[in-house]
Design a protein around this ligand. Structure first.
Ligand code: SF4
Ligand code: SF4
Length: 268
């Protein structure tokens, strides 16, 4: 299979994003994340992405649903059902041609000897680049995608590496963080993120999933007229709710009841 055939197959199986990085682009990468540590025959890394539905973030934005809608459609189902099925089928097609194809999901494959660096792989494959807020950003969906990879022995033509310049005059994500987790150099205090009750999701033994948190939703709002995936109506309908480190409301001063945000209950 060649690059064009791989991309056509990935798109027909449901991928919203697909890009390719020849393995030479990982020269100098720490050994623990180098694709060849996991699959020595790797000649190319295929990066695929599924959009995270904007609608799956609605419940968190409104302060009415914190886990089941985003948790399933934005995270769990996305990785365990939709994307893994697509990656599996694409690997089967590659293996049918006699080549090596090893699947890697972005958030689920770390162990002691191999820790995938999914932002570096996706960047090398031309999908986008990492923004100031630490999110991997693409021109099509901003921060709203989940990624997976196939390490293959196929020698494939690589895509052009791109840098998204969305962050130039923007610091919306940093300003939106109620816990001050961004340090002066824009790195994160992940201990604070792990305790964050503003939509962040802690995955055991993994990085915190910040995709639905108030920092990432600020990024989504900042980019909605800049990315390719646009909508008839703006995402943000009301004031932004925020919780402090102990779960207290920072916006209304009243405690949360039954997991619902009091600002939204009061219709502010
Ligand atoms: S996850 Fe929470 S604590 Fe971490 S940067 Fe985002 S808003 Fe701040
Ligand atoms: S909110 Fe702005 S500065 Fe932060 S990652 Fe998004 S585009 Fe970059």
């Amino acid at each position: 299979m060649n690059s064009a055939e791989i991309k056509e197959a990935a798109r027909s199986l449901g991928a919203d994003l697909v890009g390719i990085a020849p393995v030479e682009r990982f020269e100098g990468m720490p050994e623990i994340s180098d694709p060849r540590t996991f699959v020595p025959e790797t000649r190319s890394v295929i990066a695929v992405g599924y959009r995270i539905l904007r609608g799956s973030l609605r419940g968190v934005e409104e302060g009415t649903n914190f886990s089941s809608i985003y948790g399933f459609f934005g995270a769990t189902y996305m990785e365990k059902m939709y994307m893994s099925r697509m990656v599996y089928d694409l690997c089967c097609m590659i293996e049918n041609s006699g080549a090596v194809a090893a699947p890697v999901l972005s958030c689920r494959c770390a162990d002691q000897s191999f820790v995938p660096d999914y932002k570096e792989y996706a960047h090398a494959a031309g999908l986008g680049s990492t923004g100031k807020g630490g999110f991997f950003l693409t021109p099509e969906y901003g921060h709203r995608q989940r990624l997976a990879f196939i390490f293959t022995s196929l020698e494939l033509e690589g895509d052009e590496v791109i840098e998204c310049d969305f962050c130039k005059d923007c610091d919306a994500c940093i300003k939106a963080c109620p816990l001050g987790a961004y340090k002066a150099d824009n790195s994160l205090d992940l201990n604070l993120c792990r305790q964050c009750q503003n939509g962040a999701k802690v995955i055991p033994n993994e990085e915190v999933d910040r995709c639905a948190s108030v920092c990432a939703r600020a990024c989504m709002v900042a980019l909605e007229d800049k990315i390719g995936n646009r909508f008839h109506a703006k995402f943000r309908k009301r004031s932004v709710w925020q919780r402090g480190i102990h779960g207290e409301s920072l916006t209304s001063g009243t405690p949360f009841i039954g997991g619902k945000c009091p600002d939204k209950i009061e219709g502010k």
